[in-house]
Design a protein around this ligand. Sequence first.
Ligand code: FAD
Ligand code: NAP
Length: 339
Amino acid sequence: MSLTITANPSLQSYNSFGVAARAAHFAEARDEAEVREALALAARNGWALRPIGGGSNLLLTGDQDALVLRMALMGKRVLSDDGETVVVEAEAGEPWHPFVLWTLEQGLGGLENLSLIPGTVGAAPMQNIGAYGVEIKDVFAGLTALERQSGELRDFSLADCAFGYRDSLFKRQAGRWLILRVRFRLSRHAELRLDYGPLRQQLAAQGCEAPTARDVSRAVCAIRSEKLPDPAVLGNAGSFFKNPLVPADHAARLRVQYPGLVAYPAGEGRVKLAAGWLIEQAGWKGYRDGDAGVHDKQALVLVNHGRATGAELLALARRIQADIAARFGVELEIEPNVW
Ligand code: FAD
Ligand code: NAP
């Protein structure tokens, strides 16, 4: 196979915000050889190289003077099975949600809470994707990545990845590693994680008294479909801000003023505040300035009503950050990658 390079294509359909921007060069790599070909070509021509998966955690604030490389390596397989624990591996370009469904069809639990997250397997470790009390680090068994500078292949263990809350070594060393394939340790009798109230309520509404992993996946899909905008209909990149961690005494002071404050203990004397609650409380839910807006069902999600530019969405985000800092003394950190 050989790489096809397109000059100056639109990236609008390659980012879930649906923002109009162009790439100087674009290619899709379907296997490791094509990834290496892209690296060699970029080096030869002095082009920057920017990998993307599904573009669902990206905000494009302008045209990209780079070779944008869509990681489109496909394939998934069972690596080992001792009758109870099963290690599976998927190539970077596999779409995440169909991969989760495939694991559930094999009778394997562990990824059910992460159902319906857009994007690809290869991007999942970037921010240690998480939802409903589970992060990929909880079932992570390793990954293989290519170091761009040296061309060296390296296997990463859980400890090597330094996963944190929506964070990893790969996010901190942006541009250094191209993730080729990821492995997960799943179980035939996985312990279900049902800590989140809406998940328990949805399972009860489905009449599930003894839920299976597949029931949990269905429940997560139902809640998400109801609450989150479908990027195919309304451009967005999911949560635009991370939930802030603040000292417990700061949260206690806020609770005096705001008795409804949504907060969860986060260890080490810190408390996690629900950023969506703060933004809603400040009156931004459903706000719209031109085509840049705040979702009317979940204030943590910024949306593109049609022709918003990345710069307009970023400007709205900055206004929200400033307002939340002024009202609550809390700094909100942007979650998506801003290019
Ligand atoms: P992209 O947006 O294409 O890329 C993201 C970053 O990863 C970029 O920096 C890119 O350069 C890099 N990258 C991509 N592929 C590779 C690779 N193979 N090797 C090296 N670098 C790479 N996130 C959550 O954590 N939890 C959620 O519940 C969640 N819900 C969402 C709901 C909606 C409606 C939307 C739109 C987004 C949501 N997200 C969520 C964010 C997003 O889906 C995830 O972060 C997802 O993993 C991004 O995958 P992607 O393939 O689209 O990555
Ligand atoms: P939610 O259920 O309304 O809860 C609001 C916030 O409170 C969440 O952000 C969550 O933090 C926290 N929370 C709720 N119950 C908790 C518990 N029992 N223990 C600890 N923290 C708790 O949230 P939502 O917006 O509908 O999202 C549901 C889940 O999907 C969340 O886990 C969220 O992170 C995830 N999600 C992520 C994205 C994204 O783009 N990153 C987009 C949509 C949904 P956490 O966020 O830390 O879980």
